[in-house]
Design a protein around this ligand. Structure first.
Ligand code: AOF
Ligand code: ZN
Length: 338
């Protein structure tokens, strides 16, 4: 029995999320049906430099895609980047119809639907746009706004302290929460701290597995600020690339990181840097790891935000609450942001 348009696009989305969420490439899925409406190929993109979803599906379908339909979660690209244009691959395969959930936001890769339509293919925006947008929300944000999506991560006690009065902070949260931070880092293109945190904590900022070994793919490590780091700082250990941005301006720092091709930044800095990003309106999402402990003193997760009254509080909307071991992870978005 042939499936509905919505069911076929849902299958393409299900295929897309089989890919790893890792900057810089989006997660894309493609389902191919033959002229009779039967599924003849299901493909997805497996990361930068590998075939795009359309090509992956075409490899399965072979000649069976001729006269059929491609259901793609993102408009087929029309550019030669690390791989060739998918618009041409679909034309060569003789696909008669294309339905895509999200238009290509990047001008350099856009034009796929226009090329296909010009060649006589029946092309239209398909169903489930909102669902398909969710799969690549950080990537789409960066492509549309020209600046990376910023996730601010904090780890604190119940009373909002990220370090004790003597500066000690290892460890506020337990092992499951720390492992989750590594998974979060692995999804991002860069991890960003200020020189204050770099000097105080000498962090490695790498993605490590359960045994402590660094993973093969590492996000860019970014240090923002004008103070010099010692030559033997862990950020200079060569485990991952490190970019030093000598500025105190969050927007300028993000520009420098975006210029390296990063779409999703994890802000892991101390209270001063966090406050600077929040005051500049440059935090898109907060991931707060909260441990059931009380310090009563020490360093807050965030510094002065400029308000003095309860009306001045920066309000967030909670999107997820997850228990990790004995700790709680709260994900929230500043109100008014998508
Ligand atoms: C993907 N996977 O399945 C599709 C993409 O660097 P390249 O050559 O792989 O091109 C990446 C761009 O191609 C990407 O930013 C997006 O605009 C477009 N479509 N990308 O990684 C895919 N269909
Ligand atoms: Zn493509």
């Amino acid at each position: 029995m042939t499936q509905t348009a919505t069911a076929l696009m849902q299958r393409a989305i299900d295929a897309a999320v089989l890919g790893v969420e890792a900057d810089p490439n989006p997660r894309v899925g493609c389902v191919l049906t033959d002229a009779g409406g039967e599924v003849v190929g299901v493909g997805h993109h497996r990361g930068a430099g590998t075939p795009h979803a359309e090509v992956d599906a075409l490899q399965q379908a072979g000649g069976a895609a001729r006269g059929g339909t491609a259901w793609v979660t993102l408009e087929p690209c029309d550019h030669t980047g690390r791989t060739g244009p998918c618009s041409v691959a679909l034309l060569d395969a003789g696909v008669a119809r294309v339905r895509y959930a999200v238009p290509e936001p990047w001008s350099e890769a856009a034009g796929g639907s226009a090329r296909l339509a010009a060649a006589g293919v029946d092309v239209a925006v398909g169903p489930l746009r909102e669902e398909a947008e969710t799969v690549n929300r950080t990537w789409l944000h960066a492509r549309r706004t020209g600046r990376p999506f910023v996730t601010w991560k904090s780890a604190s006690t119940l009373d909002g302290r990220s370090a004790a009065a003597d500066g000690s902070s290892r460890w506020v949260t337990g092992e499951p929460a720390r492992a989750d931070v590594h998974a979060l880092r692995a999804r991002c293109g860069a991890v960003l701290v200020g020189t204050g945190t770099a000097l105080a904590d000498d962090p490695a900022l790498t993605v490590r597995d359960g045994s402590g070994a660094p993973s093969a793919r590492q996000p860019l490590r970014v240090v923002v600020g004008t103070r010099r780091l010692p030559a033997d700082a862990r950020l200079h250990d060569g485990t991952a690339e490190t970019l030093v941005v000598p500025t105190h301006d969050p927007a300028a720092a993000l520009d420098a990181v975006h210029a390296t091709g990063v779409h999703h930044v994890l802000l892991e800095g101390g209270p001063t840097l966090a406050a600077a990003f929040l005051r500049a309106g440059l935090v898109d999402e907060v991931v707060a790891y909260v441990a059931p402990a009380l310090l009563g003193g020490g360093s807050p997760t965030v510094g002065d935000l400029g308000g003095t009254s309860i009306e001045d509080a920066l309000r967030l909307e909670t999107t997820d609450v997850t228990v990790l071991g004995g700790d709680v992870r709260i994900t929230a978005r500043p109100l008014g942001r998508s």
